[in-house]
Each structure stands twice: as C-alpha cells, then as structure tokens.
Design a protein around this ligand. Structure first.
Ligand code: SAH
Length: 204
C-alpha cells in the first residue's frame, strides 16, 4: 500500500509514510471487510460510512505539514484510522464523531492498536468544532461540506492550517486553508468524493 498507492503517487513526507507503514490498518476495518483493508478505495465500516482511501488519508495528513508539536482537531473519526495516523504525526489529537456507535468503535480501535494515548475521541457535532480544546494548529475534516464552517476557522490558531472537502453532496475539491497574520489563503489539493458532513454547519 505504502509503495504502490502512496509513494508512487507522490506522497513524500517520510513521517506520513512511516506512520502508515506502522499503523495496522486492518485493525480499524470491521472483521467482515478485513480482507479489503489495503485496497485502493474506501471500505465500508457500518452506519453507511467508510474508511477513506489510503491515499486520501496520506494526502490530508501531508498537506497539514505536521512536525510533532501540534494540537490537531479531526472532524469525522469514523473507525479512528486517520486519527491514529495524525496522532503519530502531532502532539495531540481531538477527533469528533457524530455517530455514537462509530465514536465507540474508534475509541476501541485506538485503544487496542496505538500505544501513545494522545488521541481523544469525542462524540458530537464536529461541524461546530470543539471549542473546549481550541485553538488548533491544524484541523482535518473527513466529510464533504457545502462550505468551510466558520466555527472551524475561528478555532484555528494563527498560524494554522485546515484541510476540508468542499463542494456538492457527491463531488468536492480538497481545500487546504492557511491562516497567517490574520489572512486566509486557500489552495485546492485535488478533486475528491467524501461522505457528507452532517450537523449544524453541514448538510441538513
Ligand atoms: N477519518 C475516517 C473517515 C471517516 S468518514 C478515516 O479514518 O477513514 C467521515 C465520518 O464523518 C463518518 O464517520 C461520519 O459519521 C462523520 N461525520 C459526518 N458529519 C459529522 C459531524 N458533523 N461531526 C462529526 N462527525 C461527522
């Protein structure tokens, strides 16, 4: 997976490649889908949700340019895999999941696989962020939004960066937003297709 799906497609951050080599992805995929764990596509994890394609998880981690010192917010824990990757790259991660059964699954998967307990799973509407632990040096949104939620921009540190799929229900562009000196700078990393962001700042 790391060689053919990540390195060959241009993922260069050695820390991202190492984290995804070391974290056992199969431990985050439900037993009935486990043979699909290393496929080059999203895999069902129940509740109509998916674990993202490995390349997408790598790209989203890479564009955040983490050096190990950051406090990171993830919106959309799913099974907890991306949170585990971010946890290996940053100082601490808060990940928010709106489906209670998935929040539980993520917590159990993380507890079983990751030695460092620097990832906290919170059940709730992450489209509003998680002000209790703000500001965040980096924010990763793993579900497609109609626009960049203002509460997330508010909770972003300065300097800080955020990545989020923005677009329609079916197709989005992965945006990378930097906040620096009070200014906002946005670029598009790729086209993508994520499950919809729900909640107050998502799709109703
Ligand atoms: N990060 C996951 C991908 C999860 S898919 C991975 O490691 O592959 C997106 C997740 O976002 C789903 O679990 C979905 O339930 C969740 N989600 C959707 N809207 C949300 C919201 N407003 N707050 C928190 N989680 C949300």
């Amino acid at each position: 997976m790391v060689e053919t799906q990540l390195r060959r497609r241009g993922i260069r951050d050695g820390r991202v490649l190492r984290a995804m080599t070391e974290i056992p992805r199969e431990e985050f995929v439900p037993p009935e889908h486990r043979v699909q764990s290393y496929r080059d596509e999203p895999v069902h994890i129940g509740y109509g949700q998916t674990i993202s394609q490995p390349y997408m998880t790598a790209l989203m981690a890479e564009v955040l340019e983490l050096d190990g010192t950051e406090t990171v917010l993830e919106v959309g824990s799913g099974c907890g895999y991306a949170a585990a990757v971010l946890g290996a790259l940053a100082a601490r991660v808060v990940t928010v999941e709106i489906v209670p059964g998935l929040a539980q699954m993520a917590r159990a998967n993380l507890r079983r696989t990751v030695r460092d307990a620097n990832v906290t799973v919170v059940e709730g509407d992450g489209s509003l962020g998680y002000p209790e632990r703000a500001p965040y040096d980096a924010i990763s949104v793993a579900a497609g939004a109609p626009d960049v939620p203002l509460p997330l921009l508010d909770q972003l540190n300065d300097p800080g960066r955020l990545t989020i799929p923005v677009g329609s229900f079916l197709d989005q562009e992965l945006r990378v937003v930097w906040k620096r000196g009070g200014l906002i700078d946005t670029r598009v990393a790729t086209q993508c297709r994520f499950v919809p962001l729900r909640g107050g700042e998502g799709w109703n």
